[in-house]
Design a binder for this molecule. Structure first.
Ligand SMILES: O=c1[nH]c(=O)c2nc[nH]c2[nH]1
Ligand SMILES: [Zn+2]
Length: 455
């Protein structure tokens, strides 16, 4: 779809490193007809554009509004969205049997798939998620529907048909290694037919986790990865009972990470969700394979899996992003997930010392640039640089509170006027929600606009 060039004018905020946010007031970003950033002019810069840009429309922000890169959710189960918030006092293995497998198995009905997947894509877009790594279910037609919806709505997505041929009820599992591979290939072909270069939608090879796959299935998926060079997503070391189960099922393996490595599934394109209880040797192995980690703090708290020591992982040079892990995680909002990462790091700090605490800047880095590295798109998304895609959101913090203002406001976020931009960003992270996401673009296309916001 051809786009018009457009200029975006106002305050831009993005991560330039793990610890630094660039806050750029009164800048202009020009986005070309391919949805790419063509130029950035900061205050004091020489105007570097040719006259013809003058002809194109401008989106200009005022007041307490700013442009921010779109969020990258590196781990979310689209099919589990109806269960967000429903987990009781369960832990991983009983949660799967009680809540998750019954829900996922219902996606044999494509009407259910269409309804749920339409909602999850609409909802994540409205919260600024411009890229999502989705788990679907084992069902080919339903998985293809998810890919179709992402493409139609313009959300950048990795769509994975879940492979699992044991440890789930008989009514919800792959019949054999061969059928798991054939069904995975079928979803890959479908995505190739709707997005031939995987420009917006990519398939992702998805063994649910080691306990749900026979050795032969893991090995066949590893071989498929080698053949296709597609990304892989799976879970690792989330909960201590799960780790004990892996040791029981794979007695020959040195560790959980070795199970994946032996199958050829530990690659630079592999996203490992959770990684809560990794041993030093596993961390070393994952680093040596350049596999990536999706940190899922909301889920790790909700189903009491544990506290990931993010600072340790970062200090060791591992690559991390954030994942909502709906519905182990209760929230589909990456802003909330960043907040959960901050709070969990404070719980770690209570036993391990203050160095464990993440800063707001670091949580936002993980939600954007870190996530971009996890999905292998760091040259295209996660920040504002010439040549990158315009995957962006407008964040609006509301009008500054007026003298004697007494009317009730929507949302918790209130700006009093004395805050620095750093403080405004912190207020957004700690007290904001989807009401502060006013508009969202992906590859230059407007994919969400909050009613009442005029562009
Ligand atoms: O958080 C999780 N969600 C899941 O659906 C799942 N399956 C295996 N392991 C899992 N962990
Ligand atoms: Zn998960």
């Amino acid at each position: 779809m051809a786009l018009e060039r457009r200029k975006y004018v106002g305050t831009f905020i993005h991560s330039t490193s793990l610890t630094d946010l660039e806050i750029c007031e009164e800048a202009t970003i020009g986005v070309d007809e391919n949805g790419k950033i063509a130029y950035i002019t900061r205050i004091g810069d020489e105007k570097s554009t040719s006259e013809d840009w003058e002809l194109f429309q401008t989106t200009k922000l005022d007041g307490n509004k700013f442009f921010f890169p779109g969020f990258i959710d590196t781990h979310i189960h689209a099919s589990q969205y109806p269960n967000a918030g429903v987990f009781g006092k369960s832990t991983l293995l009983d949660w799967l049997n009680t809540y998750t497998f019954p829900l996922e198995s219902s996606f044999s009905d494509t009407a259910i798939a269409s309804k749920v997947y339409s909602r999850v894509v609409a909802r994540t877009l409205s919260q600024g998620t411009t890229t999502a790594c989705y788990y679907a279910t084992t069902h080919v037609p339903a998985t293809n529907i998810l890919a179709d919806i992402c493409l139609k709505r313009g959300q950048r997505a990795f769509v994975g048909r879940v492979c699992m041929d044991r440890m789930s009820p008989e009514y919800y599992r792959d019949e054999s290694t061969e059928s798991a591979i054939a069904d995975t290939r079928s979803c890959i072909s479908h995505i190739r037919s709707i997005d031939p270069s995987f420009d917006l939608i990519s398939p992702i090879i998805t063994p649910r986790f080691a306990p749900s796959c026979h050795r032969a299935t893991l090995a066949a998926l590893g071989a498929l990865q080698k053949e296709t060079n597609l990304p892989v997503q799976t879970h690792i070391s989330e909960n201590t009972s799960e780790i004990a189960l892996v040791a029981e099922l794979f007695p020959e393996a040195d560790s959980y990470a070795h199970v994946y490595d032996t199958a050829g599934l530990l690659t630079p394109k592999t996203i490992l969700a959770h990684a809560v209880h990794l041993s030093p040797a596993e961390r070393q192995l994952i680093k040596s394979r350049d596999a990536k980690i999706s940190h899922c703090p909301a889920s790790n708290t909700a189903i009491t899996s544990g506290r990931t020591k993010v600072r340790e992982l970062l200090d060791e040079g591992l690559t991390l992003g954030l994942g909502t892990d709906v519905s182990g995680g209760h929230t589909s909002s990456m802003l909330s997930e960043a907040r959960e990462a901050l709070f969990v790091s404070r719980h770690v700090a209570m036993t391990d010392g203050d160095n464990a605490k993440l800063a707001v800047e670091e949580a936002l880095y993980l939600a954007t640039r870190g996530g971009a590295k996890v999905v292998g798109l760091e040259s295209r998304i996660g920040g504002f640089e010439v040549g990158m895609d315009w995957d962006a959101q407008v964040v609006g913090l509301g009008d500054t509170v007026g003298t004697d203002e007494i009317d009730q406001r929507e949302g918790l976020l209130e700006i009093f006027g004395k805050e620095t931009w750093e403080e405004k960003v912190a207020k957004w992270v700690y007290t904001g929600d989807d009401r502060n996401t006013l508009a969202v673009w992906i590859k230059g296309r407007l994919v969400h606009k909050r009613s009442g916001f005029n562009i």
